[in-house]
Design a protein around this ligand. Structure first.
Ligand SMILES: Cc1cc2nc3c(=O)[nH]c(=O)nc-3n(C[C@H](O)[C@H](O)[C@H](O)COP(=O)(O)OP(=O)(O)OC[C@H]3O[C@@H](n4cnc5c(N)ncnc54)[C@H](O)[C@@H]3O)c2cc1C
Ligand SMILES: Cc1ncc(C[n+]2csc(CCOP(=O)(O)OP(=O)(O)O)c2C)c(N)n1
Ligand SMILES: [Mg+2]
Length: 577
């Protein structure tokens, strides 16, 4: 049985396997080589069968970590990440990771065990209705209680996870279904081809309307989002920008979709975007939204958002059209395919006048940049991230946590290529960085991977340091340690009269904590030591942690207060502000 199972995939005749073996055989057939998980009684048959299959399992320290690792694996590679957990608390521990993937449209498949079919619904030991719990945070989920349904469900789950707008799928398999046997036929288990969404359409008239808006625009801006990366449309967006000389503003999740060093790159838009980017959007007469969903962090109050601009929205999910911002032309479909149809209708344009205007809006912004302020003896996160960018040549995969450091990363690490910034945008999940970086390293073992985390968020999933050691992987960790839940402290400073309630945070000695796990590290307090510490981390043979003790009460600027207009931003205080 074991040997049969190992070789079962697309080309082999059907064989009788246990449900547990079918789980692995189907994953092998789907091309899976790595999974992240944590065992328990209801999933034990699956774990027992693992040794017969060529799949590497990483034992996590908390199931949330498994979901984030699958997510980081997917964001780094574009492939479907896989997480495994037992029933009850194992399954519920996955939920934050599943919701994180849902909000950012990341394709992962989570497999959970559940109690046997005959006791389902009896509050059996470690029974929870995980399909019920995850219904709102999965693209789809399945409860499987027959061995013969396992392969079709897993294959369908992979198709759902990665097609159209990607997202997480959960498959809950009862223990008796894992133990029963069924004929395994990988080919016969294939799902029906994806049917196009009935509302998906790109009509000639809409393409022509879009092309005409582009032809006639005096001050157009491309809004570049995460959908570019998910669609693989980087080249097409670049062609559109270059041919029509249109500047490009990026969302947080779009960073890397258009090279940071490209002359048409404006930078990040939104709440913590550069001031000139938001001003350009407010002054634009045409916005071309490519695979972005007008999140509230991007628009500010919608009533005053880009009121002078016509809007073209290219988007795969019809539900996003006119959801937050009303648009003039909707092109519903895969971005790359739509742009390939649109580009022949777009001819060269002279955009110099508008580009010069945008350049003028940039004006004196550089003088407010903390990076250019004299060395006050304090260590600023901006300096740290700028140096990590410089020293890694901008070529590392950077995985951030959530908070001020995340925004400083977006501002000071300049991403040239897609899939080099991995960050939780929509759910904003603290604790994401360390496990997601482990997933990214498994996806791209030859790449340099950096975690940039806050002192708060790092502690939420720091137990995964043990996973790094057990798996012998090389990840560099930069903790931006400001002694506060900094982003919340900033809101308290600006909007709650500096009432720093529950935001000062005592942390362990992070270097000793790393040391207790067998990971080397050091603490840096002054700017002059940043570069050598980063170099030391890079050349260390194993994982390395740097505890950067940064200025405690620094804030992220600019900032658009929630509910304000995009141009109403708080600037860094100073004589030029
Ligand atoms: C503390 C904090 C501060 C933040 N501040 C900012 C900020 O200042 N600026 C900012 O931009 N963000 C900010 N964010 C992130 C923000 O919340 C959103 O996550 C982000 O703006 C979403 O970017 P997006 O629309 O490009 O990506 P997503 O939310 O992933 O949306 C992608 C869109 O592309 C579509 N799509 C997917 N695949 C395809 C395809 N093949 N073809 C066509 N369309 C496709 C999807 O359907 C979806 O509508 C912040 C987050 C946090 C946690
Ligand atoms: C799981 C979770 N809980 C709470 C929050 C709310 N929150 C957003 S940023 C932040 C502070 C993060 O502090 P830290 O990790 O130290 O990063 P810093 O902002 O200081 O860089 C908090 C509490 C969140 N995003 N996620
Ligand atoms: Mg902090």
């Amino acid at each position: 049985m074991g040997t049969n199972a190992k070789t079962q995939a697309s080309n082999n005749p059907p064989a009788r396997l246990t449900g547990a073996e079918i789980v692995w055989a189907t994953l092998v057939g789907e091309g899976v080589t790595d999974v992240f998980g944590y065992p328990g009684g209801a999933i034990l048959p699956v774990y027992d069968a693992l040794r017969k299959f060529p799949i590497h399992h990483t034992l996590v320290r908390h199931e949330q970590g498994a979901a984030h690792m699958a997510d980081g694996y997917s964001r780094a590679s574009g492939k479907v990440g896989v997480a495994i957990a037992t029933s009850g608390p194992g399954a519920t521990n996955l939920v934050t990771g599943i919701a994180t993937a849902m909000l950012d449209s990341i394709p992962i498949v989570c497999i959970t065990g559940n109690v046997s079919g005959k006791v389902l619904g009896t509050d059996a030991f470690q029974e929870v209705d995980i399909t019920g719990i995850t219904l709102p945070v999965t693209k789809h989920n399945f409860l499987i209680n027959r061995a013969e349904d396992i392969a079709p469900a897993i294959r369908y789950a992979f198709q759902i996870a990665k097609s159209a707008r990607p997202g997480p799928v959960l498959i809950d398999i009862t223990k008796d279904a894992q133990q029963a046997t069924a004929l395994f036929d990988f080919e016969a288990a294939r799902p029906r081809p994806v049917r196009p969404h009935p509302m998906r359409r790109v009509e000639d008239s809409s393409l022509e309307q879009a092309a005409e808006l582009i032809r006639n625009a005096k001050s157009p801006v491309i809004l570049a989002g995460h959908g570019i990366i998910e669609s693989g449309a980087e080249e097409q967006v670049r062609t559109l920008a270059e041919r029509a000389q249109i500047p490009v503003a990026l969302t947080l999740l779009g960073l890397g979709a258009f090279p940071a060093s490209h002359p048409l790159n404006l930078g990040m838009m939104g709440m913590h975007g550069e001031s000139w980017v938001n001003h350009a959007i407010q002054d634009a007469d045409l916005l071309i939204a490519c695979g972005m969903r007008f999140d509230d962090r991007v628009t500010g109050t919608t009533a005053t958002y880009a009121t002078k601009a016509k809007k073209i929205h290219i988007e795969v999910d019809p539900a996003e059209i006119n959801k937050n911002i009303k648009v003039d032309v909707a092109l519903i479909g895969d971005l790359r395919e739509v742009l390939e149809e649109l580009l022949p209708r777009v001819s060269a344009r002279d955009g110099q006048a508008w580009l010069k205007t945008v350049e003028a809006i940039k004006g004196d912004s550089a003088v407010r940049d903390i990076k250019n302020l004299p060395d006050s003896g304090h260590l600023y996160a901006a300096h740290v991230i700028h140096d990590i960018w410089r020293i890694t040549g901008g070529d590392a995969i950077v995985v951030t946590d959530v908070g001020q450091h995340q925004m400083w990363e977006a501002q000071y690490y300049h991403h040239e290529k897609p899939r080099t910034l991995i960050t939780s945008g929509g759910l904003g999940t603290m604790g994401f960085a360390l496990p997601a970086a482990i997933g990214a390293k498994f996806a791209c073992p030859d790449r340099e991977v950096w975690v940039i985390a806050g002192d708060g968020g790092f502690q939420m999933t720091a137990a995964e340091l043990s996973t790094i050691v057990q798996e012998k992987i090389k990840i560099n960790i930069a903790i931006i340690n400001n002694g506060y839940l900094g982003m919340v402290r900033q809101w308290q400073e600006f909007f709650y009269e500096r009432n720093y309630e529950a935001t000062p945070m005592v942390s362990p000695d992070f270097v000793k904590l790393a040391g207790a796990h067998g990971i080397d590290g050091l603490t840096v307090r002054v700017r002059a030591e940043v570069a050598s510490a980063v170099a030391q981390a890079r050349s260390a043979p194993g994982a390395f942690l740097i505890n950067f003790k940064v200025e405690k009460e620094d804030s992220v600027y600019p900032m658009i207060p929630a509910g304000s207009a995009l141009h109403e931003m708080i600037r860094r205080p100073g004589k030029d502000a």
